[in-house]
Design a protein around this ligand. Structure first.
Ligand SMILES: Cc1cc2nc3c(=O)[nH]c(=O)nc-3n(C[C@H](O)[C@H](O)[C@H](O)COP(=O)(O)O)c2cc1C
Length: 205
């Protein structure tokens, strides 16, 4: 019998931790998701504190409650330093991984096959096992090294989804803007959601 999805979510130290917060909100609520393994890098902790005003440690399950605003049986926090965690092995059955937001530091690490934490290792495993890896990269402007690393990762099988929100749905609030982009991540993770993200053609008003 087919099981529900097991996903890895990495939060790194790029701007845009609200994308991760909203994605976790939807994944936790989805009946199609069985488990979410969450890893937050040390810089990710700093940016979450800075942008969301939430004090997390990156090492304790209580971080999940802080991020979601509720407890969760599905989201399991794995410390970024725990290189021996289950998801460090390709034998662990993960359907996909999304790093959101993804710093250009982490992009560089994955692109060169260097492993310094569990985010890098889990991403490396995702690629080597031929599974879906989504990188919500955020930096601007991008230099030649960033662009070459991103091309290398795209050619290695990763899906590059720069954190570029759209405006054609006429967002009224930051949450409108963020959620529309999060729905596109859900589309790529193969998770159903109630929001129409398919452009229906130009409106003639
Ligand atoms: C408030 C803040 C915002 C940052 N924004 C970005 C960003 O948008 N993109 C980026 O690549 N790095 C950004 N950085 C720098 C990264 O956090 C830094 O390069 C760090 O080493 C990344 O480590 P990690 O990839 O292990 O999370 C930011 C740092 C801080 C403190």
């Amino acid at each position: 019998m087919a099981r529900n999805k097991i996903l890895n979510i990495g939060i790194t130290g790029a701007s845009g931790s609200i994308y991760a917060q909203r994605l976790l909100h939807y994944l936790d609520a989805s009946p199609e998701v069985e488990q979410i393994n969450l890893i937050i890098t040390a810089s990710g902790v700093t940016v979450v504190r800075e942008e969301l005003g939430i004090k997390i440690s990156g090492t304790k399950q209580a971080d999940v409650t802080e991020l979601l605003g509720r407890t969760s049986d599905k989201v399991k926090l794995l410390p970024a330093k725990d290189i021996g965690a289950s998801i460090a092995s390709g034998s662990y059955p993960v359907d996909a991984m999304c790093i959101v937001p993804c710093s250009v530091n982490t992009v560089g690490m994955i692109a060169t096959g260097i492993v310094r934490d569990l985010v890098h290792r889990a991403a490396d495993v995702t690629l080597k096992e031929g599974r879906k890896l989504i990188l919500v990269v955020r930096e601007t402007p991008l230099n030649k090294i960033h662009l070459e690393n991103l091309l290398r990762l795209q050619q290695a099988g990763a899906t590059i989804m720069p954190a570029m929100p759209a405006f054609y749905h006429r967002p009224k609030t930051i949450i409108d803007l963020v959620d529309h982009f999060v729905y596109r991540i859900l589309d790529h993770l193969g998770i159903s959601h109630s929001q129409a993200t398919v452009w229906q053609g130009r409106c003639h008003e």
